[in-house]
Design a protein around this ligand. Structure first.
Ligand SMILES: *Cc1c(COP(=O)(O)O)cnc(C)c1O
Length: 219
């Protein structure tokens, strides 16, 4: 599928849901994709990209940024506190804030650096042991804690369990966001972004549907 086709599908999903045109941001997830594929999408004029590893992003995005203006880079994978500084210097948004220790590290670094990326709090809506994210029951308290630290929390993010109906998870995330007065919803991937848009997604994270199957495994 091409970038244009995905954009068309997003526009149709926005319209079907009665959402304003352009209200959904397309994050093109470029992790482990060969540079030629990423470059082709940059050449088409797209500027919003997602990576799930700080190290990998640090290896390729500074080079692209020298050649292409206005890149908007999102960290969508787990973040260790000891990589927070590097992540904050590299990314415009971080979607994986999920525990007090990390929130405190980001707050401290924001003071020191004088800027902070937009933040999304990851919620483990499926309560999966192996998955990152704050548990739904702890989300309200953690959101308050992040706000008390003056962090720029823009919204919530989730990755539904592979074997469950994603709509239930998107609806749960939207509910937690609404009751906390948060507008941003980072949800929906290649296989389910239209469902996510119907349920209020503001940021969809689409990888393989744009770039093709990933060449290497990511985990
Ligand atoms: C890889 C990844 C995506 C994109 O997945 P696709 O199925 O290729 O669209 C989205 N979100 C996160 C957090 C990812 O790690």
């Amino acid at each position: 599928m091409s970038l244009e086709e995905i954009k068309t599908r997003i526009a149709k999903a926005e319209e079907a849901a009665g959402r304003a045109p352009g209200s959904v941001h397309l994050i093109a997830v470029s992790k482990v994709q060969p540079n030629e594929r990423v470059e082709a999408v940059l050449e088409e004029g797209h500027r919003c990209f997602g990576e799930n590893r700080v190290q990998e992003a640090a290896g390729k995005w500074p080079g692209f940024a020298e050649r292409f203006d206005g890149i908007d880079l999102h960290l969508i994978g787990p973040l260790q506190s000891n990589k927070a500084r590097q992540a904050m210097e590299l990314f415009d948004s971080i979607h994986s804030v999920d525990r007090p220790k990390l929130a405190k590290a980001i707050a401290r670094l924001a003071q020191e650096l004088g800027h902070c990326p937009d933040l999304f709090i990851q919620v483990n809506t499926g309560e999966e042991e192996q998955k990152a994210g704050i548990l739904p029951a702890d989300a309200d308290a953690f959101i308050s804690e992040c706000r008390a630290l003056d962090l720029p929390v823009k919204g919530l993010m989730c990755i539904p369990p592979v074997d469950e109906e994603p709509a239930l998870h998107f609806a749960l995330l939207a509910k937690i966001a609404a009751r906390n007065g948060l507008d941003g919803l980072s949800m929906g991937m290649s296989s389910d972004f239209e469902t996510a848009i119907a349920l209020g997604a503001t940021h969809v994270r689409v990888g393989s549907a744009i770039f093709g199957e990933r060449v290497k495994p990511t985990e």
